[in-house]
Design a protein around this ligand. Structure first.
Ligand code: ZN
Length: 182
């Protein structure tokens, strides 16, 4: 049996055999692991046989939306999965029938937001100061809001609906953003 080390949602045994052990079945039952996660783990097991360097990869979590899936991996992991002859994302897209983005976990919010909106191009991010809704005495009465500016020509290049994209930004950066097309 080929060693498989890439950290995925299910264990090595299950990813390689396609069966589910008791532990993994429990994860499926409480919704911790989705059917897509299982597919991703199986493809990862195959991918690793052909590309041993990918054994270093740690898939932290997957975020599934109606039209696409984001794989959040550890910083520096992307290069073991995509680029050149590496086609882990393309393999997943074919199998899952959704577009797949591989993103590295990081603190650079701008980079994360850029990647979420790609292929649409963000031309600027501005900070807007707005009065705090329902501010209580002793709390700041002004708060900052991030306004993401996208070129008006790019509206049709958004990878998903604005509502979904905003939700993703919130999930990955904690920011509640506004968007503007100009
Ligand atoms: Zn298992």
């Amino acid at each position: 049996m080929v060693l498989f080390n890439m950290k995925t949602a299910i264990c090595t045994f299950c990813a390689q055999t396609g069966m589910l052990c008791k532990d993994c079945q429990t994860k499926v039952n409480n919704g911790e692991v989705s059917p897509s996660d299982i597919e991703i783990s199986k493809i990862a097991a195959e991918f690793e046989k052909a590309h041993p360097h990918s054994s270093k990869v740690n898939i932290i979590k997957t975020i599934e939306q109606p039209t696409f899936i984001i794989l959040l991996v550890s910083p520096g992991d992307t290069r073991f999965l995509t680029g050149g002859s590496l086609d882990f994302d393309k393999q997943l897209e074919r199998k899952l029938n959704k577009s797949v983005k591989i993103m590295e976990k990081g603190k650079n919010k701008r980079k994360i937001i850029d990647e979420i909106f790609a292929p649409a191009v963000i031309t600027g991010i501005n900070t807007l100061f707005v009065p705090t809704r329902n501010a209580k005495p002793g709390q700041p009465s002004i708060e900052e809001e991030m306004v993401v500016v996208i070129s008006a020509d790019d509206e049709e290049n958004l990878p998903s609906t604005l509502k979904e994209l905003k939700k993703l930004v919130k999930l990955l950066t904690g920011e509640e953003i506004r968007t503007e097309f100009r």
